[in-house]
Ligand binder design. Structure first.
Ligand code: TRP
Length: 438
């Protein structure tokens, strides 16, 4: 066993909660959530999503925190410590592999966002026609060299923060970027809610259109919940492993879940009023933030400033998530292979950069990586984590980790029920659906 003190730890509950919220809030909130909500029944989808988050997401998050804090190890080491010599270590492995896969293409999108920060700074959207603005995204998406350049810069930023360590790198990065993110979001909210399209935008996002809800929407909501809450690949096991025994896990999980969901909904409160003010297409798919919104920025009062704020906000969201993805991989090599943190971060970050090159060059590779991760790796990981916590760990192993009365008997019974019966069945349903079983 390595000396655990050398692994690093959070300075306290605030640092941990901010970092976990930083991992959760990402491109999934500001881009994916508004997008699928607009295509899946508005308020009806939002209500289903909130149920999924509370009934499936919250219990699995608590399970990941518990496994991490109990073992103080990376995902592979955690399963090894709890069930030595069993195949459960494969679940940890699956997490490390998922970290590689997700970060390789996540960083490409992170690069696009950096490119848009620069375009905004240069005031490039002003006095351009909608076609010219839409063309800027096409130009980026078809230029391998430009994408590779920004992908490299984004990976470098991620690596530099992770090299700094748990407290001086990850915690400090989140301490700076997350409060700024909330501040920028508040500014944009005040601005967007005063535009002409505010009523129409909110109505579009929140008015329940139940007739658009199908079985597929429910499964979409579950998949989105995992991606958005960073569940199913041990990111929360890894962050939980840097916790001291005194931290209250249930409270922390609640903060993360509420914060992440709130930001997803508020991002919609910013995006749709702007889209409706100019009668643009709200269900524009992937182009929503890179093509549709810049058209709005080009015509809005103070649009230059608003566009800078908007893309900076997304940069902070994407970067604090990317850090957590790299940390899972780095923690494995530090704990299990005895590598130094700097060496692990540079080498693995470099390999992930290379793995991301095909995604930057060929859109199809990008799509398949995203499909592989969100449709297969994360649901499988979440399912295994739920089964492990609910059925393999004994009641004593689970219950003793909640010491000092940090969970009430009622809440514990409720959580045990959800993690043993509800979560695995729900995840199995998404999985079978994705495999085309029904
Ligand atoms: N949650 C992030 C988002 O919403 C993405 C992310 C970061 C993630 N770490 C993760 C997803 C771990 C799954 C697992 O964009």
């Amino acid at each position: 066993m390595l000396n655990n003190n050398s692994r690093g730890s959070w300075s306290g509950i605030t640092g941990f909660v901010l970092a976990a919220i930083g991992s959760a809030i990402g491109l999934g909130n500001v881009w994916r959530f508004p997008n699928i909500t607009s295509q899946n029944g508005g308020g009806a989808f939002v209500s289903i999503y909130i149920c999924c988050v509370l009934v499936v997401g919250m219990p699995i998050m608590l399970a990941e925190f518990l496994i991490g804090r109990k073992t103080q190890r990376n995902p592979v080491g955690a399963f090894r410590a709890l069930r030595p010599g069993s195949p459960w270590a494969l679940t940890g492995w699956l997490g490390v592999v998922s970290g590689f896969v997700i970060l390789s293409y996540y960083s490409v999108v992170g690069g696009w966002v950096l490119h848009y920060v620069l375009l905004s700074l240069k005031n490039s959207f002003a006095s351009r026609s909608p076609q010219e603005i839409a063309g800027m995204f096409t130009a980026l998406a078809t230029s391998s060299s430009l994408q590779l350049f920004w992908h490299l810069i984004f990976m470098l930023l991620t690596i530099v923060i992770v090299v700094g360590g748990v407290r001086k790198g990850i915690e400090r990065g989140n301490d700076i970027m997350m409060p700024l993110l909330f501040l920028l979001l508040c500014i944009l909210l005040v601005y967007a809610l005063r535009t002409e399209g505010a009523d129409a935008g909110l109505n579009f996002l929140l008015y329940p259109r139940w007739e658009q809800i199908t079985r597929v929407s429910i499964l979409e909501a579950l998949g989105q919940a995992f991606f958005s809450l960073s569940l199913g690949m041990g990111a929360m096991i890894t962050y939980g492993s840097y916790l001291g025994k005194e931290t209250r896990l249930v409270h922390s999980a609640l903060y993360v879940v509420v914060g992440d969901t709130l930001v997803a909904i508020l991002a919609g409160f910013v995006i749709f009023p702007l889209v409706f003010t100019f009668h643009l297409e709200p269900a524009a798919g992937p182009g929503l933030i890179f093509q549709t919104l810049p058209i709005a920025f080009s015509q809005l009062p103070a649009g230059h400033l608003v566009s800078i704020i908007f893309f900076l906000l997304i940069t902070f969201a994407a970067l604090t998530s990317a850090i957590s993805l790299l940390e899972v991989v780095v923690a494995y090599f530090v704990d299990e292979k005895g590598w130094g943190r700097a060496r692990a971060s540079w080498i693995l970050g470099g390999i992930i950069f290379f793995c991301g090159i095909p995604s930057a060059i060929w859109g199809q590779v990008f799509d398949s990586m995203d499909q592989l991760a969100t449709n297969y790796l994360l649901p499988l990981g979440a399912f295994l984590i739920a089964i492990f916590t609910g059925w393999t760990l004994s009641h004593e192993e689970r219950h003793t980790e909640f010491h000092g009365g940090e969970i009430t008997t009622f809440a514990y019974i409720g959580w045990s029920f959800l993690i043993r019966f509800v979560s695995p069945v729900a995840v199995a349903l998404i999985f079978l659906h994705k495999l085309g079983m029904f």
